[in-house]
Design a protein around this ligand. Structure first.
Ligand SMILES: Nc1nc2c(ncn2[C@@H]2O[C@H](COP(=O)(O)OP(=O)(O)O)[C@@H](O)[C@H]2O)c(=O)[nH]1
Ligand SMILES: [Mg+2]
Length: 365
C-alpha cells in the first residue's frame, strides 16, 4: 500500500492556511487523490473545520491545545483517517501562532513518539514544511522600523515561523503589485538563504498546482530544529487572547444576514482598535441550513475579506466567532458580546474567552 503523505501548512494567524488547504484539497481530489484534513485551535467550535466541511471535505479537529502540546491526539486523528479509508494525503493546519514545528511535530513522528502509530515511517511520509506569509505582515513585522510593544514580540514569532520553512509562500499576491511581489520575495530569499520563496494567491487558486506538486513529490529532510526562546514565545502566545462566541438569532421576518454581519465586523474591528487591542485574526461565520456567510479581518485596518456570503435572507441563524486578539480577555469579550447583543438582539449568546496557557510541547526532539 502507498504511504499516506502528511503535509503541514503553517503560517501566522490569517495568512491563508485554511484557504490554501481548501484549494489544495480540491486540486488533489481533481487528480484522483483522497484527502483528509486536520485543523487545530484552542477553542471548542472551530470555524475552519465548519468551513472546510461545508465545502464537502473530510475534516477532523484537534481542539483545546495546539498540535505540539497534544501530540497523541494529533496522531490519533491520523490513525482514524487511515482506519476510515485509504487516504493519500493528509493536510494539517497548526494554530497560527505555533512555532518550532520541526522539533515538536516532524521529528517526534519520525522518531515514532506516537505510540498508536507503531511505525510512522512505514505508513506515512512527511512532505516538506510549507509556511504562508501575508505580504502586509511581512511589511509590518519585518520591514517596518516603527514597531510597537505588541509588534516587536510578534515579529519574533513571525520570523521564527518562516525560518523553519522549506517553502515560503507569500500569499495574497492578488492584493499587491508585481514590483512588491519581487521586492518581498527578494527580501525573504536574502534573509532565509536556501529556502524557496514563491508568490501565490490561495484564494484565486493561483499557482496551486505548483504547491500540490511540491507537497506530493517533495520529502521532508530530517534536520535540527530552530533555536526558540520559549519564554518569549510563551509571552506572545498568552498575550493573544482566544475567543469563541456562539449566538442564536430568531426574527419575525427574514433579514439580510450579509449586511448585518458586515456591519457587525466593521463595528467590532473599530472598537477593538479604539480600545488599544490589535487584531491578529477575527473570523465570523453565520449559518442557516446549508447557507453560510464567512469573513475575516486580519489586521487593524478593519478590512473585511469574505470567503462566502449567504444566498438567501433568513429569519433564524447561528453566528460563530473565532478570534485571536492582542487584548485582555475581559475587554475582548465585552466588545464582541456587547455588539452581538446590540446589532442582532440574539436569543442566546455563549462565549469562551481566555488567555491561552503557556505551551508545553509533549516532545521537542
Ligand atoms: N485577497 C486574498 N485573500 C486571501 C487569500 N488567501 C486567504 N485570503 C483571505 O484571508 C483571510 C484569512 O484566511 P484564512 O485561510 O482563514 O487564514 P488562516 O488563519 O491562515 O487559516 C480570509 O478572509 C481569506 O479569504 C488570497 O490569496 N488573496
Ligand atoms: Mg485557519
Amino acid at each position: 500500500m502507498e504511504k499516506t503523505k502528511v503535509a503541514v501548512i503553517g503560517g501566522f494567524l490569517g495568512s491563508g492556511k485554511t484557504t490554501l488547504i481548501l484549494n489544495l484539497a480540491k486540486s488533489l481530489i481533481e487528480q484522483g487523490k483522497t484527502v483528509g484534513i486536520v485543523t487545530n485551535d484552542q477553542g471548542s467550535d472551530l470555524i475552519d473545520a465548519r468551513f472546510l466541511k461545508a465545502n464537502g471535505l473530510d475534516v477532523m479537529s484537534v481542539k483545546g491545545k495546539c498540535f505540539c502540546c497534544f501530540f497523541d491526539e494529533l496522531a490519533s486523528k491520523l490513525v482514524q483517517f487511515k482506519d476510515q479509508k485509504a487516504v493519500d494525503v493528509l493536510l494539517l493546519e497548526p494554530v497560527g501562532s505555533a512555532i518550532n514545528l520541526v522539533a515538536t511535530i516532524f521529528k517526534p513522528f519520525i522518531n515514532d513518539r506516537a505510540v498508536m502509530l507503531k511505525s510512522f515511517n512505514e505508513g506515512y511520509a512527511l512532505s516538506p514544511l510549507v509556511v504562508l506569509a501575508d505580504p502586509k505582515r511581512v511589511r509590518q513585522l519585518m520591514l517596518s522600523d516603527t514597531n510597537s510593544n505588541y509588534m516587536t514580540p510578534v515579529s519574533y514569532l513571525f520570523s521564527k515561523q518562516l525560518e523553519e520553512a522549506d517553502l515560503i509562500l507569500i500569499n495574497k499576491r492578488d492584493m499587491i503589485s508585481e514590483s512588491e511581489q519581487l521586492e518581498l520575495s527578494e527580501f525573504l530569499k536574502r534573509k532565509y538563504k536556501n529556502t524557496d520563496v514563491k508568490c501565490i494567491s490561495a484564494l484565486q487558486s493561483e499557482y496551486i498546482s505548483d504547491v500540490r506538486n511540491f507537497v506530493i513529490n517533495g520529502s521532508f529532510i530530517e534536520r535540527t530544529g530552530i533555536d526558540v526562546d520559549y519564554t518569549k514565545f510563551k509571552n506572545i502566545e498568552s498575550s493573544l487572547s482566544w475567543l469563541n462566541s456562539n449566538a442564536f438569532i430568531r426574527y419575525d421576518e427574514d433579514a439580510d444576514v450579509n449586511l448585518l454581519m458586515d456591519e457587525y465586523m466593521l463595528t467590532v474591528s473599530k472598537e477593538l482598535v479604539k480600545s488599544g487591542c490589535s487584531i491578529a485574526h477575527m473570523k465570523c461565520y453565520a449559518v442557516a441550513d446549508n447557507d453560510f456567510y464567512k469573513a475575516s479581518v486580519t489586521s487593524d485596518d478593519g478590512e473585511i475579506s469574505k470567503s462566502n456570503e449567504m444566498t438567501f435572507k433568513h429569519d433564524a441563524f447561528n453566528i460563530i466567532i473565532n478570534a485571536r486578539i492582542s487584548s485582555s480577555p475581559t475587554v475582548l469579550k465585552e466588545i464582541v458580546e456587547g455588539n452581538l447583543r446590540e446589532i442582532f438582539n440574539p436569543q442566546s449568546v455563549n462565549t469562551e474567552c481566555f488567555s491561552p496557557k503557556y505551551p508545553r510541547p509533549d516532545y521537542c526532539d
